[in-house]
Design a protein around this ligand. Sequence first.
Ligand code: HSC
Ligand code: NAD
Length: 689
Amino acid sequence: MPEVQYHRDGDIAVLTIDNPPVNAIAQAIRAGLVAAIARLESDPAARAAVVIGAGGTFVAGADIKEFGKPAQPPALPDALDLVEAATKPIICAIAGNALGGGLEIALACHWRVATPKARLGLPEVTLGILPGAGGTQRLPRLIGAEQALEMILSGKPISGSAGHGLGLIDVLAEGDLRAAALALARQVVAENRPIRRSRDGVAEADPALFQQVLARNARKWQGLKAPFKIVDAVRLATQGGFRAGLAFERQAFLDCVTSPESRAQRHIFFAERAAQKIPGLGDAKARPIGRAAVVGAGTMGIGIAMALANAGIPVALLETNEDALARGVAQMAAQYRISVERGSSRADQAARAQALITPATDDGALAAADIAIEAVFEDMDVKRQVFTRLDRAMKPGAILATNTSTLDIDAIAAATTRPEAVVGTHFFSPAQIMRLLEAVRGRHSAPETIATVMALAKTLGKVAVLSGNADGFIGNRILQRYGDEADMMLEEGATPWQVDEALIGFGLPMGIFRMRDLAGLDVAWRIRQGRAARGLPVPPRQSAIPDLLCEAGRFGQKSGAGFYRYDGRNALPDPEVVAHCQAAAAARGTASQVPSAADMVDRVLCAMVNSGAELLAEGVALRASDIDVVYVYGYGFPVYRGGPMFWAEQQGLSVVLDKIRGFHARYGAGWAPAPLLVERAASGRWDGG
Ligand code: HSC
Ligand code: NAD
């Protein structure tokens, strides 16, 4: 039962917020806080109070599960008004997380003590909302509008030490937190210090700041509501009138929390966590990963090595020969340089990470590794040879992972004597940046192997989603299907730039053709050739256009031309592409009828959803929300739309099914509705509930 405990330590009351695992501010905590303040005021033996979290962490914010449900008083802003107005000094003691409403509790207290590693943040923006319990009004008054805007708009937490530097934290507790907070409380009482209330501060700001921030982020905030409200709320804080600011913040919070964008972002919050729960793992424990090896220092190998090193894991980076190794190491050094130049990492951090990567050409470097991640050419024979070597060189209990994007994990595992230790770890490019990791379970992958890879992803700051060992896994299988559909639109007379513009209008950061140009068209070309060589059938809606482009030497951005022509990184429309599209249309006999922008978006999304439903039915994806996580973190699907499967539920599964039936009638093969979609359409939910 969540509660706020009230104890006394001599003449100081200690209020402990207790709601495991993260001390979220459920209704009982708000009510408990109100009651505890009343008790403090009427307790003659208490001269001040310390507010602290149970379980070694402060408070992770409002209980997100309550959002969208009827309000249960007392409201947090009202409870915090009482905290701030208290006539006895209140000291907040922070270890672990003080996030969202948690930090807002701290801001309403009169003094703040934190451990150097405490995490202080207002991550509401990542849920499509703004701080709703005074954060937009109190924080700027404490640390200035510019710093406050940065914290609230980025949603990123800062450390207790950084908070101390900004004046957010009054005292850093190097040792025992509770003792430090009690000591400060006693000092405040002994010195009879006047109570300091954040609401009485003045929020300093350069008046040009707000316009600059809006201009800088115009593109990034497309489709979002909360960041704009945040800017308005903080601007109000600089114009005086604490009450007016609070009233604005409350209304803006209510507007945002009921918006479809916030519902979608909350869906992704819980989806990300649901993806970590894998049935059938029993009590399998993740093995500790103290050292890693990466085999292949190409595009992906370098990124994976960097991701590991950035998380503090020493990595041996292996190549076939010294030349290839030197090339890889130079490229890696360049990546680190760029990350420092762009300000995404500090020079000392980059240097420390780089020093953790040891280049090698000798298999001896594999012996100490707890995991090896293979990122060599996408060729089954090469992969199998590498795995036979890994099997020989690695210690018992080590994990043997492959970054293959298309090959059969079981066939790779069969080249070893320990298939239970083999698993897919499908990173996305650039691997040191992209948050998604598809963990691919082979037929023999042991529960411990899966648990280890899922835990490793978390250590790397990534989100792992488990996929079955199927062609294209989750992400690329869906990409293949809607990519084909987009190609068909070109045969019908649309241009790549028209289709891309329609998808960008929906919220994708980049259209599908631009994205494929960036990834390189030759990769998929080789895969198609491989399939043809194995006698596999051509999917019904696969156009010849990408083949024609590759045959003309158009491999995408890297060759200066693909679906676009390139001037450096600038993608330009190219009439030659239109000619290839017309040639493909003529060969197939596709009727010319340029789809509308709305039709383009509908066809792409319905293709995604239908394909997603097939993956669910096959058990390749464990749940619909896993597919959403894959698309948001791996393919830039707009988070405020919640992923394709959530989008479908919001549209109505029966509405989507009707559209798919319409496409089936119009285009025939390739558009047969997935049986699972037909089955779930009536309930309107993928989980059938
Ligand atoms: C907020 O605070 C709004 C305020 O401004 C107040 C507004 C009031 C307005 C009133 C107007 C009238 N709630 O992540 P983990 C669960 S918005 C509910 O695996 P970790 C989580 O689902 C909030 N549940 O652990 C999971 O449950 P499961 C702003 C929450 O150690 C379990 O706890 N705060 C929850 O890797 C463990 O979570 C945030 O956005 C919450 N707030 O990371 C912070 N937080 O086991 C959100 C967690 O059933 N939380 N759960 O799956 C986090 O970032 C991470 O959970 C932590 C811990 C970093 C805290
Ligand atoms: P790449 O061609 O850039 O790099 C492959 C590297 O492996 C080369 O440097 C090569 O010298 C090295 N290599 C080849 N055989 C080796 C061996 N026996 N031992 C050690 N090193 C060897 O390829 P890439 O794009 O980095 O792709 C690597 C793997 O990652 C492939 O399986 C690919 O399908 C997969 N993948 C690629 C992407 C992407 O976007 N590029 C994304 C996800 C997965």
